[in-house]
Design a protein around this ligand. Structure first.
Ligand SMILES: C[S@@+](CC[C@H](N)C(=O)[O-])C[C@H]1O[C@@H](n2cnc3c(N)ncnc32)[C@H](O)[C@@H]1O
Length: 261
């Protein structure tokens, strides 16, 4: 492991994620594309029923943090599907982690996935599903990829409540003050109740979990500060916005459902 600033190490030492703590911090920092994917995957999987030998779709896996984690922690086979990150790049990452016999990199768009119906025992998606899954009709096709009785679990940037009167000033941060937070694509952020309702009303799945990560803003802020200090931030830090918001609107949520039909 390379020498990390002790302040970064301290920010990343989180006893609430004991499984994630085993993984190289530099790898987590360099592969990040948003809030710490290992912590979020660990939180999601606390409520999912993953067993050795299962075949799991990791939808929107990015640079494969969650895919490596799923293979190592649950001894499952993973199809690591992404759009922005080429499969060849991810194959190299999976080789480096010695999991390329268990984790298969795939490059496919959410609306034209190449998998057979009922191919997966479970589906996991971390900080990705909100980009395509808000479409009322998306779940109808997507849920067919998992076997009847199998689970679909997603983690997403969430709202605690909808804005009462436009984007609040502190979230719509001004350019020059560390950059803005609320980009146009943030309109796909919703409450866990919203996701629950979107899925449950279809009768296709049964939602058994839909909630907020407790004090999500603190974890998210600390991660932003850690990546900023380590120089691995992709966008300007959003820590100041999360700090100003203090959990009034911005959060992280998870929703997990079992396919009924
Ligand atoms: C914010 S990144 C998160 C990546 C990773 N899960 C993580 O947490 O580090 C969102 C990911 O969703 C994927 N994604 C977004 N839109 C997609 C689409 N239409 N089809 C497939 N994947 C998509 C992107 O390729 C991207 O890697």
């Amino acid at each position: 492991m390379s020498d990390l600033d002790p302040r970064v190490t301290k920010l990343m030492d989180r006893p609430e994620y004991p499984r994630s703590a085993k993984y190289d911090k530099q790898w987590q920092l360099e592969s990040q594309m948003g809030p710490n994917a290992l912590w979020l995957t660990e939180w999601l999987c606390e409520k999912m029923d993953l067993r050795p030998g299962m075949r799991v779709l990791d939808m929107g896996c990015g640079k494969g943090l969650s895919s490596v984690f799923l293979a190592r922690e649950f001894d499952v086979q993973v199809f690591a599907n992404d759009l922005w990150i080429p499969a060849t790049e991810n194959l190299e990452r999976f080789r480096e982690h010695g999991v390329d016999d268990q984790v298969f990199p795939m490059h496919a768009e959410a609306r034209s996935l190449p998998y057979a119906e009922g191919f997966f025992d479970a589906i996991v998606s971390v900080d990705s599903y909100q980009y395509y899954g808000t479409d009322d009709l998306y779940l109808i096709g997507f849920r067919k990829l998992v076997k009847v009785g199998g689970e679909i679990g997603i983690v997403y940037p969430a709202l605690v409540k909808d804005f009462e009167d436009g984007v609040p000033e502190h979230i719509n941060a001004k350019p020059g003050f560390g950059g803005g937070f609320w980009a146009d694509d943030c309109w796909c952020f919703h409450t866990p109740e919203w996701w629950h309702h979107l899925w449950q009303r279809t009768g296709l799945v049964d939602v058994h979990t839909s909630d907020h990560l407790p004090e999500a803003w603190k974890m998210w802020r600390d991660w932003e500060v850690a990546t900023e200090m380590a120089g691995t931030n992709i966008f300007p830090s959003e820590a100041h916005v999360l700090e100003a918001d203090a959990g009034r609107y911005l959060s992280l949520g998870r929703t997990i459902a079992r396919r009924l039909r």
